[in-house]
Design a protein around this ligand. Structure first.
Ligand code: MN
Length: 421
């Protein structure tokens, strides 16, 4: 598909994340102090909440859909409404649109806009579905012999995470305290996390609710869009707590998502297949066609007051299981899904050392530090470090991206209980 041209000139640049082909959904703090729904176009935001209030956009005969200022209500209208609205927005912003002049009053610069959570996270599930990542982590935690758990090639492994700590890009993340126990310690102690880490992931957002099991095809149709996702991880807490029921507090501090939800429709031209199956999947997990997307991903790390170094580059197509397969598996027991369910893909790692999506892997458990452009080294994150995830599908002369997904590490509190006993 070629670049679709917009009358918003900045949207026609090959470098923008937000050409007319994209039209991602976000929320921002408007001049009136309220949360508004917006669509990114070039370096601007189209204020959809005000458009609706002024009667220039109408989704529902009776009710307002965008007045609350996030996209949850819109998602609940379903795929036909998503497609109709996307067609309207594309027409409004296309080069030569008759209303272009009137619409300029509804454009807000992205620079300086405060972004807010674009939807209400109903529940959050995180998976473990990149084979390179699972092999690397398994090798470190259990040895090369037992790297991939026996179930891994059959099940998209996941755990139920916390919706309450999902935050939007730009939110600072405080280093947590937790139970730590070194291999030579007799007993654990309660102390600040030393091995604080990131996980480079994609998040898929469920826009259609379900009751009972759904097929992979149905699951794919339930997905509204995708975000970048950083699943902050306290490795020292994780190592002590994770057996036998998996991670708990090590993953509960925060999960950061990109400010923009890229609609599934914008990613369709970039579909690719999951890799060849090494073990035949059970029928309910088999894919009818290509279910992944070719999305280049990178992680930048900037120490406080210093320039950023890109520490990893990989691609979403490195996943072994697609989001549709993960969602199908999630419902296989009859588990109902809700509008706003968020599914983390799991850390995405490629085959080469510089394509690993977590410091745990990049530094091989902290033993091989990463050297930054400033000359500093990192085993794990230090206070003041700012992480930025970026991602884009690359078309012919344009890109479909997510905007920066950033977070800065704040130092642990001296006493997380503030003296309370
Ligand atoms: Mn994760």
């Amino acid at each position: 598909m070629p670049l679709l041209k917009s009358w918003v000139e900045s949207a026609n640049s090959p470098d923008t994340d937000f050409p007319l082909n994209n039209l991602p959904y976000g929320s921002f703090r408007a001049e009136d102090g309220e949360a508004h729904c917006g669509i990114a176009i070039g370096d601007m935001i189209l204020d959809v909440t005000t458009l609706e209030a002024d009667g220039l956009v109408q989704m529902d005969d009776e009710d307002t859909v965008f007045a609350f200022g996030d996209w949850t209500e819109f998602m609940s209208l379903g795929p036909a409404a998503w497609a109709a609205f996307r067609a309207t927005a594309t027409e409004m912003l296309a080069k030569g649109a008759p209303d272009a002049e009137a619409l300029t009053a509804y454009l807000v610069p992205q620079a300086g806009a405060r972004m807010l959570m674009p939807f209400m996270v109903a529940e959050y599930t995180d998976f473990y579905a990149s084979k390179n990542h699972a092999t690397n982590v398994g090798t470190m935690f259990r040895g090369a012999e037992n790297a991939l758990p026996q179930n891994w090639l059959s099940i998209p492994i996941g755990y139920n995470g916390r919706a309450s700590s999902v935050v939007v890009s730009g939110t600072d993340v405080r280093r947590p305290w937790g139970q730590l126990k070194g291999p030579n310690d007799d007993l654990p102690r309660f102390a600040p996390c030393v091995r604080f880490d990131l996980e480079l992931e994609m998040g898929a957002i469920v826009g259609v609710p379900s009751e009972g099991p759904v097929t992979v095809t149905e699951a794919d149709e339930m997905l509204f869009g995708y975000v970048l996702l950083n699943d902050w991880s306290a490795r020292d807490i994780q190592a002590w707590e994770y057996q036998p029921l998996g991670p708990f507090q090590s993953k509960a501090t925060a999960t950061t998502i990109s400010p923009w939800i890229v609609p599934k429709a914008a990613l369709e031209p970039f579909r690719v297949s999951t890799p060849e199956r090494e073990r035949v999947l059970l029928d309910y997990l088999k894919e009818p066609g290509p279910m992944l997307y070719d999305i280049a991903l990178e992680v930048g790390l900037a120490p406080e007051g210093k320039p950023e170094t890109v520490i990893a580059r990989t691609n979403y197509k490195e996943m072994y299981y697609s989001s549709a397969q993960q969602l199908a598996h999630h419902t296989s027991s009859g588990c109902p899904m809700s509008v706003g369910d968020l599914l983390g893909s799991g850390t995405i790692s490629g085959t080469t050392k510089d394509s690993r999506g977590a410091l745990l892997e990049l530094t091989w458990g902290g033993k091989e530090p990463v050297t930054l452009d400033s000359g500093e080294t990192r085993n794990f994150l230090e206070d003041g470090d700012t992480l930025t995830l970026r991602g884009a599908a690359k078309g012919d002369g344009y890109r479909v991206g997510f905007g920066d997904c950033t977070g800065t590490v704040l130092p642990a509190l001296d006493d997380p209980y503030g003296g309370r006993k």
